[in-house]
Every structure is written in structure tokens, then in C-alpha cells.
Design a protein around this ligand. Sequence first.
Ligand SMILES: [Fe+2]
Ligand SMILES: [Fe+2]
Length: 132
Amino acid sequence: MALLEWKAEYSVGNVAIDHEHELMIRHINTLYEQINNTAGNDATSVEAVLGEIHADISAHFALEERLMRQARYGEYEEHKEDHEDLLDQIHDLIDAFYQDPAVGEQRLKSRLSGWFGRHFSSFDSRLHRQLG
Ligand SMILES: [Fe+2]
Ligand SMILES: [Fe+2]
């Protein structure tokens, strides 16, 4: 089963942005599958895949942050802080995978889906309502 599923609550009310978020989620799923496809599920591959997921999400955040800076968007600092909070959480999860891959996967799944559900419907929704 895929790591993440698209949920209605992820919608920011802008078709183009929803599509972008959906592509990001699909890409995260594809990257994550590599962990299950790697024989032995060794620590190096877990770290590499989590690193790629981290980079993928970072790239999306960097685009949004540039958009906010260009528009001198008022909620820039808080929005950026929330992005950084998720990136930190992904880093922290590497340890959980080392200790127990099943627990690590469960934690990654719930952290990402919880964070996306909250962030997309609050910060991103406000941002894209104002800037399109
Ligand atoms: Fe976003
Ligand atoms: Fe955002």
C-alpha cells in the first residue's frame, strides 16, 4: 500500500496547487517504495530514501517561500517556520527507522499525513487564496 493517500482535506481550493501537492505526494510514494524494494531494508537505503523525500519536500517549500518573498507576504516567517518544522521531523525519523523499521514507517506516515492535512488547509490555503 502507498505510504500516503490524497485526502479531500488537503485541498487548498486552487486546482493548480492541489495538483502540485498531489504530484509531490505521488513522488514521495514512489521514493518510499524503494525502501520496500531494497533487499535487507538496510539502514543506508532508508537514510538515502528519507534524504530524497526530504529534498523533494524542500524543493516545494523553496518555491513557495520564493513566491512569498516576491510578494512581501505578511505571514512569511510563520509559514516558513512551519515548513522547517516538518523538515526537522523527517530528519528525526531516521532514528526511529534504525530502531524499528515498522515503527519508523508508521511514524513517517502519520507525521506526513497529519502535517500535510494541517499545513495545506491552513498556511497554504491562506497563501494561495491571497496570491493565487
Ligand atoms: Fe505547498
Ligand atoms: Fe507551505
